[in-house]
Write a protein that binds this ligand. Structure first.
Ligand code: 3H9
Length: 685
């Protein structure tokens, strides 16, 4: 019928096959023939049952996101599902890969769902800033109950086939031959005879008596939403499924979907979806990949241990090297403990823990790294130490092995030049805790081979990281911009702000925490040591460190943390210290509004991003957004600093930077030429 939708027959069972690579998204060119096929099959007497299956690597993974924000071309998904639900003969969705979003909604339009054992099913629209818009919030609760549906829809996290079977979302799970098994399932159902009840008419799992608990659960989830509209809309839509008749709930869901799809938050989150995928692309010819079967990690401290865990979690055998057997034992014991915590939390099974630990091989001998295809060093952040390590690696690593440094600031070109194989050297800047944080800055040095780069990008995605390629400069993209964001912090304190006022402005903006809370969490001594090494000072932070106030780990920093609590409590002593230092410097305190707090910290952040683009340290503005959302907690609903600059108005940002530059003369406010150009042209090019 069409190259995207075809129908084959197996006796009385018709199989509708969707083939729209790479993920079988429900684009217009799929919806139109799909609708026609279903209408034909509905009315054709020789057809006793219908199976919907997909070609390629997955069942339908959702609506076509590229169509959002454009006029809807009919038929949209809901009328297609309505036709499905009119069909009196049994309809079966045969799910392999992922049934996500509109894909799961299509499957929910069928009488039955069967899945391959490895399949995953979910409604991830919330991650795009949306509630489902094809009836998912109204049908899913009818199969799995409102509480389960609420959890799935508000988190957006898919469930596996076994869980789906247990929850009542699928009717059978098969290990292999999915389409053939689905056909025979459909034939059996047809033989049993109807009537077959569409999901829309199943009301037995919707219990209005459970509403108070539902509302309690929804309120907890809403608290975590941090200004995002979609989780709230999702919860509202699922609630409607309990309280309203089906058609009204369906109409209400659509209304919410249309409102949010036109809003800035969803635009921002869709931007991030494509930005993450763009960031993983390396321009140029078709690049070959190097084979990576074993990974070496040097250093079993917090960073090295976390990096080793990240690879083991992705299924890679890891050789972990330390200088002494005591340090190695300590590192391995910490890894063991970390996995034990996951087991205790229920996020990892004992079996999986054993399997992962079985992937580690500890050593104190560099010679044992000879069979590694990728070696990552996470040793002390000092050039001489790094060069020493790379010299040793140069002597033992096999030819073609990729040699990576986890440096946060140092010059990767210089490190590469200290080896006889600079083409194999690059940076892999993990963020702490490395087994948890998604961002991975991949540092391309001057002489790094493109195939080495392509290899680690692919590897990073395979272990669940979000890779972004960056160039060499002090702090790369993330930490360099972080320094620009923090440049005014001390000045703002001295002029009259308090740590809690500034942090509050940040959390109101949507950050998970403000800069002072973050400093206390990371440890103020790190910055203090760095400043000393570089001959720099920070009046307040230095004074706190001199008093032994290093943050959470000492129970005191910019805030108080009593009895091991992680809640930051404002400390009058710190505020007194700030006022005293201000007086010493002849600064009279004044009230500083939230707008000023934001523009003096976040406009320099955007400005530094523009400088980074100008210098080609980042290839695209969207790469910078990916770094900041995944590594530093920039609110997803604002799309990252460069996307947000567009929402805020780049001309306004330039004008305010000019204002502050004129007032203070500080470098951080000197607007970059690219930012000025952007204000005029609307493009980061
Ligand atoms: C929805 O369904 C709304 C409905 O409720 C209402 C409708 C009325 N559309 O991720 P990958 C592209 S909202 C368009 O690298 P993987 C992607 O950009 C949707 N394009 O593969 C990439 O392109 P390129 C709900 C899409 O194997 C290529 O496909 N569904 C879509 O690592 C490969 O993608 C979702 O949110 C799409 N829906 O992961 C699911 N999906 O090669 C979104 C992918 O040019 N998708 N592309 O860079 C995913 O989560 C992952 O793609 C998936 C595969 C897990 C499926």
């Amino acid at each position: 019928m069409s190259s995207f939708v075809s129908v084959t027959r197996d006796g009385g069972v018709a199989v509708v096959n969707i083939d729209n690579p790479p993920v079988n998204a429900l684009s217009f060119h799929v919806r139109e023939p799909l609708m026609q096929a279903l209408i034909l099959l509905r009315d054709e007497p020789s057809v006793a049952a219908i199976v919907i299956a997909c070609a390629g690597r997955t069942f339908v993974a959702g609506a076509d996101i590229t169509e959002f924000g454009k006029p809807v071309q009919q038929p949209e998904l809901r009328p297609i599902i309505a036709v499905l639900e009119e069909i009196a003969k049994p309809t079966v969705a045969a799910i392999h890969g992922t049934a996500l979003g509109g894909g799961l909604e299509l499957a929910l339009g069928c009488h039955f769902r069967v899945a391959e054992a490895g399949a995953r099913l979910g409604l991830p629209e919330v991650k795009l800033g949306l509630p489902p818009g094809g009836g998912g919030t109204v049908r899913l609760p009818r199969l799995v109950g409102a509480d389960k549906a609420l959890g799935m829809i508000v988190s957006g996290t898919p469930i596996n086939a076994a869980e789906a079977l247990g929850a009542g979302l699928v009717d059978a799970v098969f290990d292999s031959d999915l389409t053939a098994r689905a056909i025979s399932f459909a034939r059996d159902m047809a033989a049993k005879g109807g009537p077959f009840m569409p999901v829309r008419d199943r009301n037995d799992r919707l219990d209005p008596a459970g509403l108070p608990e539902f509302d309690e659960q929804a309120a907890k989830l809403a608290k975590k939403a941090r200004g995002l509209e979609a989780p709230i809309a999702c919860a509202q839509a699922v609630r409607n499924a309990i309280t309203l008749p089906f058609d009204e709930a369906l109409a209400a869901e659509r209304k919410l979907f249309l409102k949010l799809v036109a809003g800035d938050q969803s635009r921002a989150q869709r931007h991030l979806f494509f930005a993450e995928r763009e960031a993983a692309k390396i321009s140029g010819k078709d690049l070959s990949r190097r084979k990576v079967a074993r990974v070496g990690v040097i250093g079993a401290g917090t960073m090295g241990g976390g990096i080793a865990m990240a690879f083991a979690n992705g299924g890679y055998p890891v050789t972990l090297l330390e200088t002494s057997s005591e340090a190695l034992e300590r590192g391995l014991a910490t890894i063991d403990r970390n996995y034990a915590v996951s087991v205790a939390r229920g996020s990892l099974s004992e079996d999986a823990k054993r399997q992962r630990l079985g992937l580690f091989k500890g050593t104190t001998d560099y010679g044992d790294l000879a069979d590694c295809d990728l070696i990552v060093e996470a040793v002390f952040e000092e050039m001489a130490v790094k060069k020493d390590v790379f010299g040793r690696l140069d002597a033992v690593a096999k030819s073609g092995a990729i040699l990576a440094t986890n440096t946060s600031y140092l010059d990767v070109n210089e490190i590469a030049a200290s080896t006889s194989r600079p083409q194999d050297v690059l940076g892999l800047h993990f963020f702490s805790p490395a087994n948890v944080m998604k961002l991975l800055e991949i540092v391309r040095a001057e002489r790094t081979d493109a195939d080495a780069l392509a290899t680690v990008v692919e590897l990073a995605r395979r272990i669940g990281k979000v890779p972004v390629i960056v160039g060499v400069c002090h702090g790369f993209v993330g930490n360099r911009m972080l320094a620009a964001r923090g440049a005014e912090s001390e000045a703002l304190l001295l002029e009259g702000a308090t740590p809690s006022r500034i942090d509050r402005a940040f959390t109101d903006f949507g950050w998970p925490m403000g800069p002072f809370q973050m400093g206390d969490l990371a440890g103020l001594d790190i910055g203090w040591r760095n400043r000393k090494a570089r001959g720099q000072t920070a009046v307040i932070a230095d004074a706190l460190c001199e008093q032994g106030r290093f943050g959470q780990k000492t129970g005191r920093g910019f805030y108080l943390y009593e009895n091991g609590s992680r809640v930051s409590v404002p400390d009058p002593d710190v505020e007194a210290l700030i006022r005293a230092k201000a007086a010493e410097n002849g600064i009279a305190p004044r009230t500083i509004g939230a707008d000023e707090l934001i523009e003096r910290t976040l406009y320099p952040l955007v400005n530094e991003g523009a400088k980074i683009l100008e210098e080609k340290i980042a290839a695209r503005a969207s790469d910078i957004d990916v770094v900041w959302v995944n590594g530093y907690g920039f609110p997803v609903g604002k799309g990252g600093p460069m996307f947000w600059a567009g929402l805020e108005g780049v001309d306004k940002i330039v004008a305010r930077l000019d204002h502050w530059h004129e007032r203070t003369g500080r470098q951080v406010f000197r607007a970059s030429p690219l930012l000025r150009r952007m204000a005029e042209t609307g493009s980061w090019e």
